[in-house]
Ligand binder design. Structure first.
Ligand SMILES: Cc1ncc(COP(=O)(O)O)c(C=O)c1O
Length: 379
C-alpha cells in the first residue's frame, strides 16, 4: 500500500529541480547573500502579483505581522482584534509588537473572522483588525473594512495561507492597509527555508517597513527608528522567483483537486469547504468537518492516507495563552472547529486517482458508521 502524503516537498522540488538548482547556483556565485538583487526582483514581481504598489521581503510570516503592526505605530497599550482558530504565529506576532491580541469567533462556514462580532470588542485601545484568510479562503473583507473605517482602525490582512486568492475579483493583500505573507516551505508559495513579506500601497509605510526590517537603518549604520533583523536571504528570494512563475498553474491544480473532492464526497454526509460567491479560494488546505474526526483520521491512516488537523487547539486554550480575554459568549465556533476539522491531502502533484482513493475511503467510513445504528434498532 503506497502512502498518500499530506506534505511532500521533495515531489515539488523534483518537478522543478533544474530551475531551482540554477537559481541557487546563481546566488552562490553572486557573492551577495542577503537583501540583494534577487530580493529586489522578487519584491517587484510579488507586488505585481498582489496588485499592490510595494512588497517588502522579510524573514518570516511572523515577522511580517509584527513589522506591519510596528509600521502602523501599533505597540504597547494597543489592542488588535483577531481570531483564535488560526496559527499561533498570529497571536505571537501581535504580542511581539507589544500590542495585545483580542479574540473573536469565526464564521463556522468559512473558518474566517465573523465580522458581526468585531464591533462587540472594539474599545478605546483598539487600533487594528487582523483578518486571516485561513486555508486559502478570503475573509469577508467588505464589512471588515467598513467597520474599520467607522472606528478609524487599520486592517492588516494575513494572507499567509492565501497567495493568489481573490475577493470580488481583487487579489487578497491589495485590499487592507497592509497585508502579510508567509513563505514557510509548505505554503502555496513556499521557500526552502523561512521567508515572509509585507505588502503596502502607501509609500511612507513601505519606507518605514524597509527600515524596520534592518535595525531602522536609513543607510548602513544610521538608524532612524528602532528596528530588528528580519532580512530575506538571496537564496530564498531566487527560489521564490522560480516558484512564483508556477504559482498560478499550481493554484488551478489545487482548485481542480478541490472540486473533484467536493464532487466525490457529496453523498458522504460530510461538511465540505465552501467557496463564497465573491471569492476565489486557493485551497491551501481542503478542510472537511466530521463529528467523529479522530476515528475518520485513524481510518484513513490505517489505509495509508495521511491527513492533518489545522488546528487541534484554539489559541485561547493553549497553555501559553490561557489568560487572554474572551468575549462574553466565549468562542464556541472556534472550539467546535478544533474538534471537527480534518485537512485532506491536497498538493498540485497529486493525481485524480489519489483524490478518488481518499473519497472512496471516506465513503467506506461513512457507510460503515451507519451500520452500528442499524444493529441497535430493537427487534
Ligand atoms: C495564518 C498564518 N499566519 C502566520 C504564519 C506565520 O508564518 P511563519 O511560519 O513564516 O512565521 C503562518 C504560518 O505558519 C500562518 O499559517
Amino acid at each position: 500500500m503506497q502512502t498518500l502524503k499530506a506534505v511532500d516537498l521533495q515531489a515539488q522540488y523534483r518537478a522543478i529541480q533544474s530551475e531551482i538548482d540554477e537559481a541557487v547556483a546563481r546566488v552562490l556565485s553572486s557573492g551577495q547573500y542577503l537583501l540583494g538583487a534577487e530580493t529586489g526582483q522578487f519584491e517587484a514581481e510579488f507586488s505585481t502579483f498582489c496588485g499592490a504598489a510595494h512588497a517588502v521581503a522579510v524573514g518570516s510570516g511572523t515577522d511580517a505581522i509584527q513589522l506591519a503592526l510596528r509600521a502602523c505605530e501599533i505597540g504597547p497599550g494597543d489592542e488588535v482584534i483577531t481570531v483564535a482558530h488560526t496559527a499561533v504565529a498570529c497571536i505571537a506576532a501581535i504580542e511581539l509588537s507589544g500590542a495585545s491580541p483580542i479574540l473573536v469567533d469565526i464564521d463556522p462556514r468559512t473558518f474566517t473572522i465573523d465580522p458581526q462580532q468585531i464591533e462587540t470588542v472594539i474599545g478605546p485601545r483598539t487600533r487594528a483588525i487582523l483578518p486571516v484568510h485561513l486555508y486559502g479562503c478570503p475573509a469577508d473583507l467588505e464589512p471588515i473594512l467598513e467597520i474599520a473605517q467607522r472606528h478609524n482602525l487599520r486592517v492588516i490582512e494575513d494572507c499567509s495561507q492565501a497567495h493568489g486568492a481573490r475577493y470580488h475579483g481583487q487579489p487578497v493583500g491589495s485590499l487592507g492597509h497592509l497585508a502579510t505573507f508567509s513563505f514557510y516551505p509548505t505554503k502555496n508559495l513556499g521557500a526552502m527555508g523561512d521567508g515572509g513579506a509585507v505588502i503596502a500601497n502607501d509609500a511612507s509605510l513601505n519606507e518605514r517597513l524597509r527600515k524596520l526590517r534592518q535595525y531602522g537603518w536609513r543607510e548602513r549604520n544610521y538608524s532612524d527608528i528602532k528596528g530588528i533583523n528580519s532580512r530575506m536571504d538571496e537564496i530564498q528570494a531566487a527560489i521564490l522567483r522560480v516558484k512564483l512563475s508556477h504559482l498560478e498553474e499550481w493554484t488551478e491544480r489545487r482548485r481542480t483537486l478541490a472540486s473533484l473532492y467536493s464532487t466525490g464526497l457529496t453523498r458522504c454526509g460530510i461538511s465540505l469547504p465552501v467557496e463564497p460567491v465573491e471569492s476565489r479560494h486557493v485551497y491551501h488546505q481542503y478542510v472537511i468537518r466530521h463529528a467523529q474526526r479522530d476515528d475518520l483520521r485513524a481510518h484513513l491512516a490505517a489505509r495509508g492516507i495521511q491527513t492533518q488537523v489545522h488546528y487541534p487547539v484554539p489559541v485561547h486554550l493553549q497553555p501559553a495563552y490561557r489568560g487572554l480575554p474572551l468575549p462574553p459568549g466565549g468562542l464556541p465556533a472556534s472550539e467546535c472547529a478544533a474538534r471537527e476539522v480534518l485537512s485532506l491531502p491536497i498538493r498540485p502533484e497529486m493525481s485524480v486517482a489519489d483524490v478518488e482513493r481518499v473519497c472512496e475511503e471516506i465513503g467506506a467510513f461513512a457507510s460503515g458508521q451507519a451500520l452500528p445504528s442499524i444493529g441497535l434498532i430493537p427487534s
